[in-house]
Design a protein around this ligand. Sequence first.
Ligand code: ADP
Length: 447
Amino acid sequence: MFQKILIANRGEIALRVLRACKELGIQTVVVHSTADADAMHVRLADESVCIGPPPSRDSYLNIHQIVAACEITGADAVHPGYGFLSENAKFADILAAHNITFIGPTGDHIRIMGDKIEAKRTAKRLGIPVVPGSDGAVSEEKEAKRIAAEIGYPVIIKASAGGGGRGMKVAHTEADLEVALQTARSEAGAAFGDDAVYIEKYLQKPRHIEVQVFGDGFGRGVHFGERDCSLQRRHQKVWEEANSPALNAEERSRIGGICAKAIADLGYSGAGTIEFLYENGEFYFIEMNTRLQVEHPVTEAITGIDLVHEQIRVASGGGLSVKQEDIKFNGHAIECRINAEDPRTFTPSPGTITHFHTPGGLGIRVDSGVYSGYKIPPYYDSLIGKLIVHGRNRVECMMRLRRALDEFVVDGIKTTLPLFRDLVGNADIANGDYDIHWLEKYLAKEE
Ligand code: ADP
């Protein structure tokens, strides 16, 4: 087992990882920018190292500073959290070259899944169902038209190097295709320095369903069920649930089994998420994330298994603490992402939190790094905390969520709490009846 883990992140996830390390009796080092000197995880860590000024590229993305911090403190492993360097293959390679363990998959696995065309090809080879579309990159208009006619309109043009929902264009007719292809290519070139794009069928009313997987480092793979993250705004997840209200037990075990086998065949090590669009009973792979997800606590709530413990065990060579047959799904969990944003316009609302009171009681978990008197710096994303609620079934979970939201107090800044208070009272949400466009349509109506 590791002696000392360096946590290369900030905010709630840095605290989340720190808690897991403490439970496992592992020493902790955190790195932070000058803007985060007062952060809770910095206070609670055994050691901290300031690695630079507020902009992320000079601190949380500065590989040299982070490697230097490992050497100074003698850390033998790095947990990257999510975002920042968590899916940076070069970072994983550099750490390996310094004999420091990257708590995640190999640089090569990150590379394969970071390129969407390569990822889709790999998924298909591993027997994962994919969205019908081009086999690889498409640059010629003629070829694009042929493929689109074959799979049928509407189609979506996506950037191979894309991420964060950028570089995607929908074409509803052949007349739209030429412009969509050109725009997607020039946007992808400008945003990612790579103008490779591919085409796939545009699904009209899908749900976003993702499977939590783990490779144990010894050629075995398991799945921890799925999460439904269909409630999104601008491709950003807002509310996540496990299990999905749309799947039955047979579908869950079928798609989970396919994903677990794929992970085993790939020889993957650590946590991963295989993301699908789901429509009319069919799953369509869209991408794989090779890291821990923001929404991992809903899976922890229904399985009772600490996924960060498992990541650390696997990375240290100790394998998983559970086998597939030990993983059971109990009840229902929902996570609400609480952002420091105006709940109507979603503009960021940094500033000082004058009062912070979190709900409690059975089935309630709050993952947050903020506290009364904390000043939210304006440099980073606006997530200030996550409320995760668990109940024996979805109805109980929703009742508990409504009560917890009523107790939650954040004064001094604007937050998205009022949005969630509206959503728990909505009939479609109560029925679990929503797709990936539901939230945007709802917000447009409310305006
Ligand atoms: P990114 O990595 O940029 O987030 P994804 O491939 O994960 O890109 O897609 C992001 C979102 O775009 C999906 O959650 C979905 O809302 C939409 N999307 C992607 N592909 C399709 C498709 N074939 N049909 C319909 N919507 C899609």
